[in-house]
Design a protein around this ligand. Sequence first.
Ligand code: GDP
Ligand code: MN
Length: 379
Amino acid sequence: MRLFEYQAKQLFAEAGLPTPRGAVANTPEEAAAAAQGLGRVVVKAQVHVGGRGKAGFIKLADNPEEAAAHARRMLGAELKGYTVHQVLIEQALDIAKEYYLGAVLDRDGKQIVVLFSTVGGMDIEEVAATAPDKLIRLAPDPLVGPQNFQLQEMVFQAGVDPKVFRAVVSAAATVWKLFQRYDASLVEINPLVITGAGEVVAADGKFEVDDSALYRHPELERFRQAGDEDPLEAEARKRNLNYVRLSGDIGIMANGAGLAMNTMDVVAAHGGKPANFLDVSGGARADVVRSALDLILQDTKVKGVFINIFGGITRGDEVARGVVEGVKQLGVQVPIVVRMAGTREEEGRAILREANLVPATSAADGAEKIIALLREKGA
Ligand code: GDP
Ligand code: MN
């Protein structure tokens, strides 16, 4: 889950890291109200992309009317494919310096690294490319976390103004703490602003939380917004189904994440394009299968479904009955191929055949059959 800038800043502020005064607005009127009493403000579009400044989605305003005018222009507009639904109105900063501070999961190094640079404001990739010596990296022991002296050394190496040294070190410690506490994959403050008065302020914020860890953070629910998540994936979560929407036209259902991935691979290897990943887990009962099939078919791209169930605990006749019942109840129009292996597979296949569904004997056989059926229909 990616947080918006204003949400990231909320977490920063709660952790004691200074952020500019301000509020989020959904309408130009709200923007004007938020700007009231703040003097000069900055109007910032809340979208999940960077480079807003250059694109004209960060604007200074001298009074509430101007703030409303900027908000009116930004709200509903598109930036790199994202529609702006909210703007953040903040007291403008007296910027003396812009630093960069971040923590990111380094997948190659299998560890979290803290990054700091006195060259902030621009893309950190650009700093890394043009002035690599200006980007200081700290890879602390993940279990112990960065020791204060390590953070001090990092900030010292970067060469910050001694007046803000302690505040920057403390900001770095906070970033690490937040990263750990929320199971983040990225926390970034760019720029970390040093004001004319020598304060250290988080002027921007990026925060990404590992989706697999979200169940451990019910306190982040408040940041979830309608329309944030794919509607089908949200529905799947409600139904306790493990579903990821993809771009193809062949719906996939399997029991077990490994088998689901393998089924996608087999379909792809035979020239088909999976429309989703869906794992109905262990004992796929009829009601679960029906619910899963219903979900898959809500994706209007789906032109056919391949169900791959490996039995054991899962009974083939149960699965077959679930599919048949589901197909009947849902009024399914698209071809469905089912491969079942394991307990009572013969009984299962008989039930399928009776209902005019297509049984397959192996994953490869199933993939070939569903692809052939789609071609037939397409022709
Ligand atoms: P980004 O372009 O999407 O990364 O948005 P930022 O929040 O980083 O803003 C881009 C730039 O706007 C900053 O690097 C500043 O140089 C500039 N800026 C000018 N005045 C202000 C201000 O009062 N607040 C903030 N946040 N940025 C300002
Ligand atoms: Mn930025």
